[in-house]
Design a protein around this ligand. Sequence first.
Ligand SMILES: [Zn+2]
Length: 439
Amino acid sequence: MILRFLGGVGEVGGNKVLLECKGYRVLLDFGMSFSEKRKFYSEPWLSPRAWEDLAGLGIVPEIEGAYRFQPEEAEPLDAVFISHSHADHSGCLSLLRRDVPVYCGETTKTILEALSVVRPRGLENDLEGLSLIAFRTGSRIRVGPIEVEPIHVDHSVPGSYGFLIGTPNGSLVYTGDYRLHGNKPEMTVDFIEGASASDPEAMITEGTNALDGEAIGELDVRDKLNRIVLGSKGLVLADFSMADLDRLNTFLEVAEESGRRMAIPMRQAHLLRALKGDRGLRPPDPEADDRILVYKRSKRSYYDWEEELLDRCRAIGAEEVKRSQEKLILACPFQDLREIIRIGPEPGSCYLLSTSEPFNEEMELERERLINWLDHFGVPMYRVHCSGHAMPNEIRRSVEKVGPRRVYPIHTEHPGLLAKFLSGIAEARVPEIGKAEEI
Ligand SMILES: [Zn+2]
């Protein structure tokens, strides 16, 4: 078998690993590379409009038979496997040839479809015609001589999986994104045990937190948030990833303990409604959970999905938030900041930044703007977060337990550092973009 790393090399995300075996070709994750895109574009003002932009600028790599804009004669890829719904793993799906089957977790399928509805349709958001085939832990998917067994892992979005891949040349382990310090470490443990039993030739592991790791878990996040919210007087504003259900549950618990209710964006409420039927998940139900209100953004007209949800959930608008600041935690992602002009946070209000550290220049600029808003309104900020990604020691322990002969750190800006950190346990290799690795 031959492995080619086409993304996620020396960068956080943009994962694309091409696996070739006896004429079959399978892609593990099909993520958008934000660092490549950022070199040319500054969204939403300057964004790619056509396939030629992405391909011509080299933002997406050349992969024969992968893109719907390429000539039909090329042999299509045999399958794409998506580890989870984050865009750095799934963001190129919109560009995929429609005759290539896509395998992903049931929850991931629901999340991808729900998010696709709430985002503006375009080049990078069009799932029309794709065949998303859902798997669960224990499924075995055969593609020619390749057999993929997905096993759940704990990450900052539900429905995340790692893959055990069997081939005639031995087995391969692909971790996707994972952690052991979250609320459900047992899921990652299941994966690591399965991986260990597969006696792999090679393991591809994420390595996001090579620097600036922080050894705190979701329960620590809850305690910290509790202390801050209990000590706050006015409105509590919070920014966290809307598909991170662990964090949402944490905020709901904190809201309950402080006698507040949680107002969430319409997009997040739509996602929760879509996930309602999910067997394993039991997400909070915005229609029935007394702790949840849906924040009705101030605008002239609403999309159908917004109307439907405003009909079914308890909605709250800017005026009402303004009057009941001490009774609320308002989830306020960066793009909703303009809402606080109408609300006018009272003295004593605070802003809780509960997302990852800025790891690039663009996010740094965003942070500067956020601070200007907070300065203007006199709102202090606290940062409380636990990472969705494994800490270096967790990675080392996992590789030790799995016992591969070779290990490749990807999804990190510091693959060389991690390769040295992991050497001695396995032959640690720094992947090179596009280079064939024979296994
Ligand atoms: Zn990722």
